[in-house]
Design a protein around this ligand. Structure first.
Ligand SMILES: [Zn+2]
Length: 214
């Protein structure tokens, strides 16, 4: 235990996800010796964090503007919407460079035991988007484009109990939209993995989602 502000900083960092007491101590000592301007920058970024972050009014992604970078990008396919649990999942999918559509952030997954039902998630706004009532980003000259007709919803919730329950719920909810395809990201055996070490649920999902060899 140290005294005063140093210990306060160690305690605060220790509370963060993924930071153990040793890392917290290392960061605190680093900051103690760092250039005061660097520490000021960190402190002011932390101060601005909660006031400066907004949620995109179309997809609920974290955004510094009213509409996020992805929804505002007219080169992206507005007819395909990938549904994710959290904004951070968008970063993961974007890193693959595979997906050129839009997103919808639910803000979590169904978890009735912990009081998370459909009302606690951004489900209504998803249904409204598919109905074509929300994607109304004005173009540069201020005119509203025709709402895009969403033809495909790709459900990319986490492959765990809550994520699976959320995917089935959304599948049932969206099945009656005319002309809409609802798909779920395939899940299976990790690349570089070994069948012997794959759990049964993963293996059965991999069988279900098998694809023809090309
Ligand atoms: Zn957006």
């Amino acid at each position: 235990m140290y005294e005063g502000p140093l210990q306060d900083v160690i305690d605060e960092f220790s509370r963060l996800p993924g930071v153990g007491p040793k890392s917290a101590q290392r960061i605190a000592f680093h900051l103690l010796q760092a250039d005061p301007r660097d520490v000021d920058r960190l402190a002011s970024a932390l101060n601005r964090l909660q006031q400066g972050v907004h949620f995109c009014r179309i997809c609920n992604n974290i955004s510094s503007e009213d509409v996020c970078r992805i929804c505002a990008d007219s080169s992206r396919d507005a007819t395909t919407v990938c549904v994710v649990e959290e904004s951070k999942d968008i970063q993961v999918i974007e890193r693959t460079g595979e997906y050129k559509g839009r997103y919808h952030v639910l803000g979590g997954a169904l978890d009735p035991l912990n009081g998370v039902g459909p009302k606690e998630l951004n489900v209504t706004t998803l249904v409204q988007r598919i109905g074509g009532r929300v994607d109304d980003v004005p173009s540069a000259d201020g005119t509203l484009p025709e709402p895009p007709v969403i033809g495909e919803v790709i459900i990319a919730t986490d492959p765990n109990t809550e994520g699976e329950a959320t995917a089935s719920y959304l599948g049932r909810l969206l099945k009656d939209f005319p002309g809409l395809t609802v798909s779920r990201l395939a899940s299976g055996i990790p690349m570089g993995g070994d069948l012997e070490f794959v759990d049964e649920l993963t293996l059965s999902r991999a069988f279900e989602g098998r694809t023809p060899v090309r």
